[in-house]
Design a protein around this ligand. Sequence first.
Ligand code: NAP
Length: 487
Amino acid sequence: MSDAWLSRPDLLRTEGFIAGRWEESDTRYDVLNPATGACLARVTQHGAEAATRAVDAASAALAAWSATTASERAAILRRWHELVLESAEDLARLMTAEQGKPLAEARGEVAYAASFLLWFAEEARRVYGSVIPGNAPTRRLTVIRQPVGVVAAITPWNFPAAMITRKVAPALAVGCTVVLKPSELTPLSALALAHLGAEAGVPPGVFNVVSGEAPAIGEVLTGDPRVRKFSFTGSTAVGKMLAAKCMATVKRVSLELGGNAPFIVFDDADIDAAVSGAIASKFRNSGQTCVCANRFLVQDGIYDRFAAALARKVGMLNAGDGLAGASDQGPLINAAAVAKVERHCADAVERGARILARGQVSGPPEGHFARATLLVDVAPDALLVREETFGPLAGLIRFDHEEEAIRLANDTPAGLAAYLFTADHSRATRVSEALEYGMVGLNTGLISTEVAPFGGIKESGFGREGSQFGIDDYVSIKLVVAEIAPA
Ligand code: NAP
């Protein structure tokens, strides 16, 4: 595909980025547009050797970068933020082309990705330590927070830009250096970000990108003792496996893993708000977000009205090529993702569910499209209740009372996001506190912002990204105990 569709064609990079240089390799892989099947670019396929050189580069750059002042690092991050916004339309087009989400959503993600660069530019100057009252007259106790060192980051395809800046911005802000492995399905956004970072003044070796053979690169990033921090966003199975490898060299680890979000609607909920929240939470990114509502728990008294109102909206959803014109949804990332949605739908129907509404597909036949679907009377043991569907399939389950809703909601190993809709303030407080999740949306289906801590509990992982807490995963606490000679 030609790069004439970008106003800055140089943003379409196809090499790895190591030590400030663009590097080719002998082998390349195809990056495909999931809406059309077209090959967008042939990207350098890096493996263990390149990953090791990237760690070399990040290690070599660490001392000088961590010695810069917070203001110097903040200025570079701010410039990077400006450059991302200046190229927002190109970045959005690249993202839609490689990931599939409609252009309007891609523009939203680019702005969201940029917001982490600005937020952590601001936070860089507030990495305070503390002085503790001494435990003896001759003792002085000082606590400082220092960069943890070389950071390895692995990110998924569903948010090809924001999942990167959410890790890289705090790491660079505090003085760490980074080796990033983006998903091989969506490397173009990552490489374009690296290009703009270099233009903003990020020094060679401070931010490196290697893309290609995931297991081989993963072995290096989890095994090399010079990597002191491993930050992963992706599936629970892969995250657990990689985190276990990190323990051989006792790395700091952050995990942002899969969810299984309950979306609870109580009888007293504002039905229009609940339906809007359901559409936003379930169908954004065609259902491919880790905080997507995965199970709708709806109280008996509002069940039929909520189902009918949601059905009207779902029936209007249209999936198409995000670059070709207005569509509500893009394709799913690949054929396996479509097959999973179909499997979950068929399983629910076999267990007694009914299809109440389906959206349309207007995209090309080569695209990986799935019709938005609403199921009612879903059995609590259906696959779509137990596993993350990661697609545009909404299933409604009926409940009778509050304790039952809480029990059903918490009946999963996942603990990322949950949603509840109610007009009763006391119930809102009780249920929010009882939900075993890292984030709760109360009368809203949208919870992500750079100013708030994003992350899960239980098997959805640990660590927080964004907000004042997003710095914590990239600093080590050091205690200096000083013995003062008496006068
Ligand atoms: P995935 O298969 O776990 O992949 C995530 C990343 O891990 C990709 O870069 C992938 O590379 C890499 N990877 C896979 N196997 C690897 C290995 N053996 N060694 C090293 N790296 C390896 O997950 P996904 O399907 O891309 O993403 C969807 C999942 O991410 C969902 O479960 C979603 O809930 C979760 N997610 C969580 C959050 C959060 O903040 N909690 C945010 C977004 C997504 P390749 O793609 O190149 O194979």
